[in-house]
Design a protein around this ligand. Sequence first.
Ligand code: SPV
Ligand code: MN
Length: 623
Amino acid sequence: MEEKHVELLKTKCDEENYKKLMELNNPVLHNFIAKYVELCNPLSVFVRTDSLEDTRYIRDKARKLEEETQLLIDGHTVHFDGYFDQARDKENTKFLVTKDLSLGPDINSIDRQVGLVEIQDLLKSIMDGKEMFILFLCLGPINSDFSIYAVQITDSCYVAHSEDILFRPAYQVFKRKGPDIEFFKYVHSAGELEGNVSKNIDKRRVYIDFAENIVYSVNTQYAGNTVGLKKLSLRLAIRKADKEGWLAEHMFVMGVYGPDERKTHFTGAFPSFCGKTSTCMVRGENILGDDIAYLRKRRGKVFAVNVERGIFGIIKDVNPEDDPLIWEILTTPGEVIFSNILVKDGVPYWQGDGRLPPDEGINFSARWFKDKIDEKGSPIPYAHPNARYTIRLGSLKNRDPQLEDPEGVVVKGIIYGGRDSDTWPPVFESFDWVHGVITIASSLESETTAATLGKGGVRKFNLMANLDFLSLPIGKYIQNHLDFVKDLEKPPLIFGVNYFLKGQNSNYLTGMQYKRVWLKWMELRVHNDIEAIKTPIGFFPRYQDLKKLFKEVLNKDYPEEDYRKQFTLRIPENIAKIERIVEIYKTKVTDSPDIFFKLLQEQKQWLEKIKVQYGDYVAPTLF
Ligand code: SPV
Ligand code: MN
């Protein structure tokens, strides 16, 4: 380390923290830390080891500095993000690119030099008077070929606390490996605070520099923008995976039980607010992770791990009926951070919790009262629709015992789902891997909800539910998926699901619990235990199989009429979808794989042929 850096770190760290840093014996790491201590200029530096004492220090600091407030139940706290800082900021999240590293028109980017100058300028003395926290963490289980190590620098103890709940600690690994460790880097500052929230939201920036595997995040607190190892790391991991031949995905990982205690692992990609967490949390099955998965091949099989060890979940609609296990954690002592809910007398309330909310309290708009309106005259809800809870997976009764397995679990099925009122059936299976990658995963769309846009029903293209995080040209990313299983004898099956299909009167055709049946059907298909119906868009379930499963899983009769409505092939909608997708790829993607248009064209022709034969809407029994 340079002499001036030694001096600097000695003045900013007390003896103990300096010692913790020096024990890491890694000049590259030391120079990185010193560089940002110098630039951000904090009052002091805290280095977190893996000890319980250090974890406690951060937890206590979050309360002391009022980034979190204690609630009535032991271990529960609430954190508020600023009124305009309630979600991921897509507009100001940019990749730093050079001329030879263009990502294509649909991916937000900025010239690397311009971006670096801007961000370094914003970071200058940004931690004035504050404490800097430095954390050493791991993406994926420790000591596995999946592990990616990471260093987080932040001046927010809420971010540091969230990271402790969500990710595995790795100070000891850094210590053991010394200079031989590769790692991702995150530099975050909440910036100047007003009350306890980021003040300069207009200067909120999230810049991703994959040339150096570093992400900068400033003037924001919302976890999706700030917790480095979550969505910021996914963007870096997608590029690393591209170079190394594996996949970094926006996917849950879960275990589904089949006959005779057989257990089959699935991953699943859904855009936000489309039932991703509720799928991997369904009654009777096991959750490994709800948000990000890494997939690798070994010995002719696909393995997956959860990158995280906790959940940063949407709290809206969590209630004792639909989510009894999460409800239990949110209402009993243990470590929970609630964010952007309503608090009254130390009790948290949120939309869809099945309780009558109080008429006033504290929420993301500070003191809230019934009929409170914002500057534009719109009513302020008592809890934000994107309000969240942060918990450890370890505290869930239904967690999969293989959560920390460094091998990961064998993936036999991959599920893609979006919000789709009129096109896809509730569940179906692709003909094979390539067909699934192209016509299901790369053709994924999801409708915006009234809650987020004012106008519902606008379809947004979101391939693999990963578009927001894509750090590769789209065609290359698809090609990586196509190539991933080339040498496998039996690749995972690919399924599409749709929990939002509507009937003629705009009523939903399926119930909240039906996904439990669809999962069991997919599990049986993976093992070839049942047959399916071949339609132009993929394999559909047979009535007799679903009827049996409805009885077994939900103790419910399943009228044939329901089946017919749910699984009628909607030809005009499916043709329109293909036309939309082809248009998007033709106009926005310059590097689509050749087979892409060919497969979609074939599918369309087949649909047209069936249409001539049977009309627009074809009951599944006709195939
Ligand atoms: C999502 O929006 O997909 C999330 C929450 O999982 S965030 O951390 O904001 O990305
Ligand atoms: Mn997510």
